[in-house]
Ligand binder design. Structure first.
Ligand SMILES: [Fe+2]
Ligand SMILES: [Fe+2]
Length: 227
C-alpha cells in the first residue's frame, strides 16, 4: 500500500462517486444511487468494528453495482461491475495494487458468487457482503424487492403461501412458486440473516429480519389468506 492506512483520498473518492452517480441513472429502481449510497453507509458503519482498509471498502461499495443486469449481458453483473470498476479507477488515478483489491472485493462480496459457492476471503469483502445483503432486508429491502420485480415484469405482487417465521429451507436461488416479489422473501430475503459474516452485520440483520416477518404477516392478513 503506498498510501497511509485508513487515510482516504477524498478527492479520488469524490470522482468515483460522480462516475457512479452517472452510470447508475438508468439501472432498475432497486439499483440506483440511493442503493449504492446506503450500502456504502452501512459498510462504513460495519467497518468501525473491523480491521479493514476503509478506502478499499468504500470504493468497492460505490462501484459494486456500477453495471446493471440489463447491461451486463453475457456475464454476471458483478463481474461486469468489477471490470468497469477497474476502468474507472484507472482513469481516476488509483494504483494497480489498489485496483486489484477492489476487483476481488466486488467479485467475492456478491450474492450470486455466494450462491455459486464462492466465499468472501478478505475482511473488506466480508464487510461489503454484509452491507449489500442488509440493504436487501428491512424496510429498504421490502421497497427494493417490489421495485425490482416491477422493473423485471413480475405479473403479480404474490401471496404469502409460506410461514414467514419458518420459511422453506431450500435456499435462495430456487424460485419456490413463482417470480413474484413476495415469493422472493421465501427464496432469498428471509434467509439473509443467516449469511451475515461480521458481528455488527449480525446485529443489524436481526432487527431488519423481524420487520420483514411483521410485514409479511400483515400482508397475509390483508389478503385474508387466513380466512
Ligand atoms: Fe449486485
Ligand atoms: Fe447491491
Amino acid at each position: 500500500m503506498n498510501h497511509k492506512e485508513n487515510k482516504i483520498r477524498e478527492d479520488y473518492l469524490k470522482k468515483v462517486i460522480d462516475y457512479v452517480r452517472r452510470e447508475v441513472r438508468n439501472s432498475d429502481l432497486a439499483h440506483r444511487f440511493d442503493h449504492v449510497e446506503c450500502v456504502a453507509k452501512i459498510a462504513k458503519k460495519i467497518s468501525k468494528k473491523e480491521k479493514v482498509d476503509l478506502e478499499v471498502v468504500l470504493v468497492s461499495a460505490y462501484l459494486h453495482d456500477v453495471v446493471s443486469r440489463k447491461e451486463s449481458r453475457n456475464k454476471p453483473h458483478y463481474v461486469a461491475s468489477a471490470e468497469k470498476a477497474k476502468e474507472i479507477l484507472r482513469k481516476v488515478g488509483y494504483n494497480e495494487d489498489f485496483i486489484e483489491k477492489v476487483y476481488d472485493v466486488i467479485v467475492e462480496a456478491s450474492y450470486e458468487s455466494w450462491i455459486s459457492g464462492i466465499r468472501p476471503k478478505s475482511k473488506e469483502a466480508k464487510v461489503l457482503h454484509d452491507a449489500d445483503l442488509l440493504e436487501a432486508m428491512g424496510a429498504r429491502g421490502i421497497a427494493r424487492a417490489f421495485a425490482y420485480a416491477g422493473a423485471y415484469g413480475s405479473k403479480e405482487l404474490g401471496e404469502v403461501n409460506f410461514n414467514p417465521e419458518n420459511p422453506p429451507k431450500n435456499t435462495s436461488h430456487e424460485r419456490l412458486v413463482d417470480s413474484s416479489p413476495i415469493s422472493h422473501f421465501a427464496s432469498k430475503l428471509l434467509h439473509l440473516r443467516n449469511m451475515m459474516l461480521t458481528q455488527s452485520g449480525k446485529k443489524m440483520a436481526k432487527e431488519k429480519h423481524k420487520f420483514m416477518v411483521r410485514f409479511l404477516k400483515q400482508y397475509k392478513r390483508e389478503m385474508m389468506q387466513n380466512k
